[in-house]
Structures are given as structure tokens and as C-alpha cells.
Design a protein around this ligand. Structure first.
Ligand SMILES: Cc1cc2nc3c(=O)[nH]c(=O)nc-3n(C[C@H](O)[C@H](O)[C@H](O)COP(=O)(O)O)c2cc1C
Length: 266
């Protein structure tokens, strides 16, 4: 079966699909100047679906992707820069959480939109591990503190833990781990972007997040009890982790940040 099918009654030979294909796998060199796909596409096509999604005539279909899986953009207008700016600048790292857990369906709704995060060569390597209870999060916080005890970094965090205060995972009700197979193309970058999507999607519905940097350091250091507890699939590594839950306190102001440092060149 051909990889790409052109509906000749619709195609206007406008070349949009050819222009947008990331690897220039489409050209208007087919019979009567219709688009055709190069044989190399079998090897090089990254299944991004752009050729179908960008066609103004809806004239293309791909053998590898169901037409019904292409969702309409809707009215086509992204939020204004003012609205997007409000979302981005009002997001904070949240360190005090309500103990109330978030229903699985709601978490799933957030992870659903993360599927559209960009990934190197559209490999979509990101997998998720969701800790659904404060007890499960606490176990990993305790193991991270055990790792801290083996070194000299953050003695205050160890002392705080011994006094009943969790400065590692902040008594959060949930932890989200982004993991991927270690042989993926750019797993660390792809997981970081996907977590950032999650971060912003969560904030848009009143859920707070904070990167779990110390746990990530313990994992990067190869602390075995923590790796055992995480029990990621064979060949997978953790490339990022975030605590999340309903914030205990609202924020009233957006704190100042460094000016954008830009080199303009022409
Ligand atoms: C990679 C990374 C690791 C982080 N690790 C931690 C952490 O372990 N604990 C923590 O409280 N905050 C952590 N943070 C949150 C930063 O401290 C926070 O983003 C920064 O202070 C700016 O605050 P804001 O996110 O509210 O704008 C981390 C952030 C990043 C990006």
C-alpha cells in the first residue's frame, strides 16, 4: 500500500505538503504534477503527520495514521500573548500542598495534552510514572534523604527530615516521573519539555507543581534503593520528576525576574 494517498479531486497542487515535510520527502513530480512521496520516505518519514494536517484541501491521507485521529484545530486561534503570558508568568514552584489527592481521570487529562509536546525526530519517547498517594511519595522522599546521608550536601534537609519536615518532596500528594528508554534519541530534552507541558497544563487548572531536583540528583547518582523503589521498565531511565497537588496557598503577585538578555543581530 502507498504511504500517502492523494485525492486528486481535491488536491490543488499548491505544494504546501511538499514545503512543510521536515525531510522534503514530498515533491510535485508525480503524474500531472500531483504530489508524490520519495521512496526514501519508507526509511526517513518521522510520522509527524504535518503533510495531512497542513493541507488546506484535506486532500492527503497517510497509510500509517487514521484520518479520524487528526483532530480539528477548532477556531484556529491560539490564546492571546496576554493570556499566554498570564499563564506562564503566574506559574510558581509550589512547596506547600493540600493533602487531598487528585482524581486519576484529572491527572490523565493533563498527561493527555502532554502527548503533543515536541520531541526529537517526533520519536515521542516519554513514558510516565504517577505516584498516586502521599505515602508512596513519602517513601521516595525518605530514600532520597537516605542518599543525602551518604554525602555532605544539604545537611539542613536531612536535619529537617529528622525533625519531621520534608524539604525533598514537600509532603506532596503526588509525584510525576518522566522516563524513557536510555537508547532514545534525546530522552532528557524530550522528557523535560513534556514535564514543562504538564507543569503549565496543571497550572491552568489550579494544580501546583515543583521540580523534584534532589530526587533527580539521587537517581543520577545511581542510588540503588531509590532505583529499586522506582522500578522503571528495563532499559529506562528517569529524566525528570515533579511533585504536584493542590496548592495550600494562593499567590498574589508575580515575583520579579532577570531582564531578557538578547543579542539582536542583522
Ligand atoms: C531542574 C529543576 C530542579 C529543581 N529542583 C527543585 C527542588 O529540588 N526543590 C525545590 O524546592 N525547587 C526546585 N526547583 C524549583 C526552582 O527553585 C524554581 O523554579 C525557581 O526558584 C524559580 O521559582 P518559580 O518556579 O516559582 O518561578 C527546581 C527547578 C528546576 C528547573
Amino acid at each position: 500500500m502507498a504511504m500517502i494517498t492523494i485525492d486528486r479531486t481535491r488536491c490543488k497542487k499548491d505544494g504546501v505538503c511538499a514545503a512543510e515535510c521536515p525531510f522534503s520527502l514530498i515533491s510535485l513530480t508525480g503524474e500531472d504534477g500531483f504530489p508524490e512521496i520519495r521512496p526514501a520516505a519508507a526509511r526517513l518519514c518521522i510520522q509527524c503527520g504535518h503533510c495531512v494536517a497542513v493541507c488546506p484541501q484535506d486532500a492527503l491521507s497517510l497509510a500509517t495514521m487514521k484520518t479520524a485521529d487528526f483532530l480539528p484545530i477548532g477556531n484556529g486561534s491560539p490564546p492571546t500573548i496576554k493570556k499566554t503570558g498570564q499563564l506562564l508568568t503566574s506559574r510558581r514552584s509550589i512547596r506547600s500542598y493540600q493533602q487531598q489527592t487528585i482524581p486519576q481521570a484529572h491527572i490523565e487529562q493533563l498527561l493527555e495534552v502532554c502527548r503533543w509536546a515536541p520531541s526529537a525526530k517526533n520519536a515521542q519517547p516519554v513514558h510516565w510514572l504517577v505516584l498516586e498517594t502521599p505515602e508512596a511519595v513519602q517513601q521516595l522522599a525518605g530514600l532520597t534523604v537516605d542518599w543525602l546521608r551518604t554525602g555532605t550536601a544539604y545537611p539542613g534537609i536531612v536535619t529537617a527530615w529528622d525533625q519531621g519536615k520534608d524539604m525533598v518532596l514537600r509532603n506532596a500528594p503526588h509525584l510525576l516521573v518522566a522516563h524513557a528508554h536510555q537508547d532514545s534519541l534525546k530522552p532528557e530534552i524530550d522528557c523535560t519539555i513534556a514535564l514543562t507541558y504538564f507543569d503549565l497544563a496543571a497550572h491552568s487548572c489550579g494544580i501546583g507543581t515543583c521540580w523534584a531536583g534532589i530526587l533527580m540528583s539521587a537517581v543520577a547518582a545511581g542510588y540503588q534503593p531509590l532505583l529499586d523503589a522506582l522500578a522503571l521498565p528495563e532499559g529506562h531511565q528517569l529524566y525528570g520528576a515533579m511533585i504536584f497537588g493542590y496548592p495550600r496557598f494562593p499567590y498574589f503577585k508575580i515575583p520579579a525576574r532577570k531582564e531578557a538578555r538578547i543579542i539582536w543581530r542583522s
